[in-house]
Design a protein around this ligand. Structure first.
Ligand code: BGC
Length: 531
C-alpha cells in the first residue's frame, strides 16, 4: 500500500467508519462476560459473613467469631482461617490455570467460543455451589466457576478492543469493567436480601444465582460475530472483510483491512507465541502484561470487594449494617466507572491512572489512620457511629478512585498493546498474573489484617506510590492509536524505544512515525526504513 496515510492527533491512522449499532450491541453482549467475574467477587464476601454458612462449612471460624464477640477480644483476628480464605481464593487459582488453555481456544477457535465455554462452565459451577453438601462440593464448584472466569476474562477484553474503532476503544472496552462492577453490586444486593432468609439457606440462593449471569453470557456468545482480526487470522478473509464493513458501517475499509491482513501475515511468521513474547522487541508489552495486573491487585481493592462485609463487621458494624455498607461501596464502584467511560478516550489513560492513584493513596492514609487511632494495635474498641461513617466515606472515595483508574485500565491497557502474533499469549499472562495476585491477596488478607492491623492500609498505599511512579515513567499514552500500530508508540517511547529495532516496526503501510514522549503526546517525525 502506498504512503500518504493520515496520522491522527492521537498518533495513529484515522480509519474511516463510525460507531454502528451493530458494534455497540455486540460489545454490550460481550461485555456481559464481566458479570460472572463481578458476581463472584461480590458474592463470596457476603456469604462468608453469613452465620448459617459458616456454621455448616466452617464451624471453627464461626466459634472463633462468636468468642471474639463475647470476649471483646482482638477484632482484627476474628475471621482468620486459611480454609475460609481457600473458599474465596480457589476460584482464582483455577482461573489462572484455565487462562492458558483459553489462550489457545481464543486463538484457534475464535473469541466467541471462549466466551461461550466460559459461560457454560460457570453455569455448572453455580449449580454445584448452590447444592453444596460439604466443603469439597463447595470448592469443586468454585474451581468450575474459576475456569469460567479464566475463559471469559481472556476473551472479552480482547474481543472488545478488536471490535471497537480506535478512537472509541477505551469507552467500549470499559463496558467489561462496568459489567464487573454491576455484577459485584447485584451480588451485594442479593446477599443483603438472602441474609434475611430465616431457615439459614439464604447462602444457597446467593451462590446458585450465579447461574443467571452465566446463562446471559453463554447464550449471548452464541449470537456474537467474531472479530475481523480473528477471522483473518483463521483464514476467513472474505468473511473478515464483510464483517469489517459491517462493524465500521462503511464500504471504505480497504486500508484497515489491508493493515489487519498485514498484521496477521506477520503474526504467521511467529511459530511460538509463548517463546516469542520473550524476545527483546516485545519487552515493553511483556513488562506491562505482568506489571499492570499485579499493580491492579496491589491497590488492595479486593480487600474491600471480597471482605467489605467482614471488614465492616470488624469495625463493629452489625451484620445488616455491614452488608449495607458493602452495597454502598458497590454503588460507588458502578457509578464511578462511568467517569472513565466518558473520559478515557479524551483525557487518555495516563491522566486517569495518575489522578486515580493519588486519590486512592490519600484515602488509604486517612482510613489507616482512622482505624489505627481507634483500634490501635490491640484491636479492641467500640467505634462510634459517626466515626464509622467517616471511615466508610473515605473507603468510598478510595473505591471511586480505583473505579475510574486501575479498575478499567487494568483490563483495557493490556488488551490493546499486544501485536496480533502475541495477543492471546499476552492476554493470558495478563489474566493469570491478575488471578495469581488476586489469589495471594484473598489468601493473605485475613492473616495480614490479624498481624499488621491498620498498617495494612499503609502497605497497600505504599504500593500505590510505586505504581503511580511506574505509570508516570514507563506507560506511554495509547488513546486513539489503532491496535495494529501500537508498536509505533513503544518505538517512540524514551525508555522502551531501545528494545525495538527499526526493522521490527511494520504496520502494514508507509507511515509517518509518531514520536511519543513520556507523557504520551505524539508528534510527527519520519522513521526511515519503515515499511
Ligand atoms: C479487578 C477486580 C476487582 C474489580 C472491582 C476489576 O478490574 O480485576 O479484581 O475486584 O475490578 O471493581
Amino acid at each position: 500500500m502506498a504512503g500518504g496515510v493520515v496520522v491522527s492527533s492521537g498518533g495513529g491512522k484515522d480509519y474511516p467508519g463510525k460507531l454502528t449499532m451493530f458494534v455497540l450491541f455486540a460489545c454490550i453482549v460481550a461485555a456481559t462476560g464481566g458479570l460472572i467475574f463481578g458476581y463472584d467477587i461480590g458474592i463470596s464476601g457476603g456469604v462468608t459473613s453469613m452465620n448459617p454458612f459458616l456454621m455448616k462449612f466452617f464451624p471453627s471460624v464461626y466459634h472463633k467469631e462468636q468468642e471474639a464477640e463475647r470476649n471483646q477480644s482482638n477484632q482484627y483476628c476474628k475471621f482468620d482461617s486459611q480454609l475460609l480464605t481457600m473458599f474465596t481464593s480457589s476460584l482464582y487459582l483455577a482461573a489462572l490455570v484455565a487462562s492458558f488453555c483459553a489462550a489457545t481456544v481464543t486463538r484457534v477457535a475464535g473469541r466467541k467460543w471462549s466466551m461461550f465455554g466460559g459461560g457454560v462452565t460457570f453455569l455448572v459451577g453455580a449449580a454445584l455451589n448452590g447444592a453444596a453438601k460439604d466443603v469439597v462440593m463447595l470448592i469443586l464448584g468454585r474451581v468450575l466457576l474459576g475456569i469460567g472466569v479464566g475463559f471469559a476474562n481472556q476473551a472479552v477484553p480482547v474481543y472488545l478492543s478488536e471490535m471497537a474503532p480506535a478512537r472509541l476503544r477505551g469507552m467500549l472496552n470499559i463496558g467489561f469493567q462496568l459489567m464487573i462492577t454491576i455484577g459485584i453490586l447485584c451480588a451485594n444486593l442479593i446477599n443483603y436480601g438472602t441474609a434475611k432468609i430465616k431457615g439459614g439457606w439464604g447462602w444457597r440462593v446467593s451462590l446458585a444465582l450465579a447461574a443467571v449471569p452465566a446463562a446471559i453470557i453463554a447464550v449471548g456468545a452464541l449470537f456474537l460475530p467474531d472479530t475481523p482480526n480473528s477471522l483473518i487470522d483463521r483464514g476467513y478473509t472474505e468473511d473478515a472483510k464483510r464483517m469489517l464493513k459491517r462493524v465500521r458501517g462503511t464500504e471504505d475499509v480497504e486500508e484497515e483491512y489491508n493493515d489487519l491482513v498485514a498484521a496477521s501475515e506477520e503474526s504467521k511468521l511467529v511459530a511460538h507465541p509463548w517463546s516469542n513474547i520473550l524476545q527483546p522487541r516485545y519487552r515493553p508489552q511483556l513488562v506491562m502484561a505482568i506489571a499492570i495486573p499485579m499493580f491492579q491487585q496491589l491497590t488492595g481493592i479486593n480487600v474491600i470487594m471480597f471482605y467489605a462485609p467482614v471488614l465492616f463487621k470488624t469495625l463493629g458494624f452489625a451484620d445488616d449494617a455491614s452488608l449495607m455498607s458493602a452495597v454502598i461501596t458497590g454503588l460507588v464502584n458502578v457509578f464511578a466507572t462511568f467517569v472513565s467511560i466518558v473520559t478515557v478516550d479524551r483525557l487518555g489513560r495516563r491522566k486517569l491512572f495518575l489522578q486515580g492513584g493519588t486519590q486512592m493513596l490519600a484515602c488509604q492514609i486517612v482510613v489507616g489512620s482512622l482505624i489505627g487511632a481507634k483500634f490501635g494495635f490491640s484491636g479492641v474498641a467500640e467505634i462510634p457511629k459517626a466515626y464509622a461513617a467517616i471511615v466508610v466515606l473515605f473507603i468510598c472515595a478510595y473505591v471511586a478512585g480505583f473505579a475510574w483508574s486501575w479498575g478499567p485500565l487494568g483490563w483495557l491497557v493490556p488488551s490493546e498493546i499486544f501485536p496480533l502474533e502475541i495477543r492471546s499469549a499476552g492476554q493470558s499472562i495478563n489474566v493469570s498474573v491478575n488471578m495469581l495476585c488476586t489469589f495471594i491477596i484473598a489468601q493473605a488478607f485475613l492473616p495480614m489484617l490479624c498481624r499488621f492491623k491498620f498498617i495494612l492500609f499503609f502497605f497497600f498505599g505504599a504500593w500505590v506510590v510505586v505504581m503511580t511512579i511506574f505509570v508516570a515513567l514507563f506507560l506511554p499514552e495509547t488513546k486513539n492509536v489503532p491496535i495494529e500500530e501500537m508498536v509505533l508508540v513503544w518505538k517512540a517511547h524514551w525508555y522502551w524505544g531501545r528494545f525495538i529495532r527499526d526493522e521490527d516496526v511494520h504496520v502494514g503501510a508507509d507511515l509517518e512515525m509518531p514520536s511519543a514522549n513520556g507523557n504520551g503526546k505524539v508528534g510527527a517525525g519520519k522513521l526511515g526504513g519503515m515499511q
